[in-house]
Design a protein around this ligand. Structure first.
Ligand SMILES: Cc1cc2nc3c(=O)[nH]c(=O)nc-3n(C[C@H](O)[C@H](O)[C@H](O)COP(=O)(O)OP(=O)(O)OC[C@H]3O[C@@H](n4cnc5c(N)ncnc54)[C@H](O)[C@@H]3O)c2cc1C
Length: 386
């Protein structure tokens, strides 16, 4: 099999053909998903013993970035699928049901969706739920109202959070897998948003019933701290890096074309290209440093649940989400009217609209709020290398 990155480039080429249409019509990138399945990208993160490739997080992040350079929605769909897969990889090994499910993902190239958001004031407060699993013998059922589920209709399975039982407090949560044949989605909101339009993040009332074995053995707090939060922030950052890079490349092409037209004059946008390149490098360093830190922590170098680690992983999301908007804003200033229009090779409107979702996808203010509490007791490590 060719490398993951080579196969990602083939999928990205497909995504690029349809990205304008996906964005304009707010439709799911069906062709890109088909290509992902054909090139077996959906199972890349799953260990070899279950039929996957056992890819490193760095390689998965690179694939996310490659796809996002062509189509932000496609990159985000792939990132979200891999965030869900990471919970199975990290926490599913101890459960026969989850091990068998990983094999199914590989065999059938299943697409995984996520339902953490909930109505009733919960919103993006990941660590609280209103809905609860109801166990009856070996079976359980769950109803979640106000669930925002990207590509909910296209998902083959959904990983969903809930309280561990009807009497449990809001933060005593579990996560469960439901396969498509085990749930219904009653659509309550149609996704018609500024950007990331192809993610089709519709709102639903979710109702499902399954075997109790489908509930992860670990509590969700453990899953969130040890895999979901860091991997989510790393892979989202990879999406936004890819989107920002694509806008930057258009701006750089614009300035290079200007330079060819007037060989003896440095185009006015050249300085801003240099400035944007600097921000892009900071974005890249931010994400790659987080990948290295996560991988080191996973190997026992640092406590994944420590305050220092959580603060660092939250900062990755905040930094990348802010800087993506800054880079693309620069690209718009460089390209001027050509970037503002939707019909030129230098258009960056879609990139800007996609990137505007970054600071609000779990609101940066919410994350700052969580961190401000942690920083009352935690001292930031002064060493550059520790
Ligand atoms: C493209 C996209 C795809 C998504 N896909 C999914 C999905 O597949 N599954 C899923 O479950 N969810 C999904 N979501 C929803 C996402 O997870 C969040 O629920 C959503 O972004 C709302 O976040 P929020 O509640 O933090 O902020 P909002 O509801 O946007 O907050 C509203 C305002 O309140 C402020 N605010 C909110 N809370 C606080 C706080 N604690 N402290 C300070 N200020 C605060 C914010 O600054 C903001 O101005 C998606 C979102 C996007 C943009």
């Amino acid at each position: 099999m060719t490398s993951l990155q080579d196969r990602a480039a083939l999928v990205a080429a497909v995504a690029a053909q349809y990205t304008e249409q996906v964005d304009r019509d707010g439709r799911f990138p069906t062709e890109a998903l088909r290509a992902m399945k054909e090139h077996r990208l959906l199972s890349a993160f799953i260990p070899k013993e279950f039929g996957g490739e056992g890819a490193a997080l760095a390689d998965i992040a690179d694939v996310v970035s490659i796809l996002s350079q062509s189509c932000g929605s496609t990159g985000m769909v792939y990132a979200m699928h891999q965030i869900k897969t990471s919970s199975l990889v990290t926490h599913g090994g101890a459960s026969a049901w989850h091990r068998a499910f990983m094999e199914r993902i590989c065999d059938e190239q299943l697409l995984l969706g996520s339902a953490t958001t909930e109505g009733g004031g919960i919103g993006g407060n990941l660590r609280n739920s209103i809905c609860a699993v109801e166990r009856k013998g070996e079976r359980f059922s769950l109803e979640k109202v106000g669930a925002l589920i990207s590509y909910g209709i296209q998902s083959d399975a959904i990983l969903i959070t809930a309280r561990s039982g009807p009497d449990a407090p809001p933060s005593d949560q579990v996560m469960a897998v439901f396969t498509k044949d085990q749930y219904t989605l009653e659509q309550t909101m149609k996704w018609d948003a500024l950007g990331m339009r192809g993610t089709c993040s519709d709102g639903f009332t979710f109702r499902g019933e399954g075997d109790a074995a489908q509930i992860f053995p670990n509590d969700f707090g453990d899953i969130a701290a040890k895999s979901m939060l860091p991997i989510c922030h790393i892979l989202w950052s990879a999406v936004w890096y890819g989107v920002a890079y694509a806008a930057f490349a258009r701006a750089q092409n614009f300035v290079r074309a200007e330079a060819r037209r007037t060989p003896n004059v440095v185009p006015p946008g050249a300085l801003r290209v240099a400035e944007a390149a600097n921000m892009l490098q900071l974005m890249k360093s931010n994400t790659t440093a987080a990948i290295h830190r996560f991988e080191k922590a996973e190997q026992g170098g640092e406590d994944l649940g420590s305050v220092g680690f959580i603060v660092a992983m939250n900062n990755v999301k905040i930094g990348a989400s802010r800087m993506a908007c800054d880079v693309i804003n620069h690209a718009m200033l460089i390209t001027g009217i050509n970037g503002y229009r939707n019909d030129t090779p230098y258009s960056v409107g879609r990139h800007m609209r996609d990137a505007m979702s970054a600071p609000i996808m779990i609101s940066n203010d919410r994350i700052f709020g969580n961190m401000s509490n942690l920083l009352l007791m935690h001292r930031i490590e002064p060493s550059l290398v520790a």
